[in-house]
Design a protein around this ligand. Structure first.
Ligand code: ZN
Length: 131
């Protein structure tokens, strides 16, 4: 969770000002971080959660345990920043229903909510539907 908060500082968010950091833990214990990266034409903007996933997948990782997510204006944690629908779908591609999503509520003292992918994306479309 500390790595997710730290990753907020790398966010490129000149338009919204909202910085999101994510830290994705792989089954082998390695952690990949991500931050949101905005774009002047908006559509190419990518969320911190997907940056973390794509960094890990591009390095050959496929088995994930949990992700921690922190967000707020100006890289200060301001309550929970739940993942958007697109990021939940990306999680669905690589993660089982019991994949943990830790939503950081406060940095000091550390407060968070612990959810599963099944809670956040019930009745999800997954690779199982294409087999
Ligand atoms: Zn997202």
């Amino acid at each position: 969770m500390r790595e997710a908060v730290h990753a907020m500082k790398s966010a490129y968010a000149p338009y919204s000002g909202y910085c999101v950091g994510a830290a994705l833990e792989c089954a082998d214990g390695t952690v990949y971080t991500g931050c949101n990266i905005e774009n002047a034409s908006y559509t190419p903007t990518v969320c911190g959660e997907r940056v973390a996933f794509f960094k890990a997948v591009s390095e050959g990782k496929r088995d994930f345990v949990r992700i921690a997510i922190a967000g707020g204006k100006g890289a200060v944690v301001e309550g929970i920043f739940p993942p958007c629908g697109v990021c939940r779908q990306v999680m669905s591609e690589f993660c089982r229903s019991d994949f943990e999503v830790l939503l950081i509520k406060n940095e000091e003292p550390l407060e968070y909510e612990d959810h599963t992918l099944a809670e956040l994306l019930p009745y999800r479309f997954s690779p199982d539907h294409l087999r």
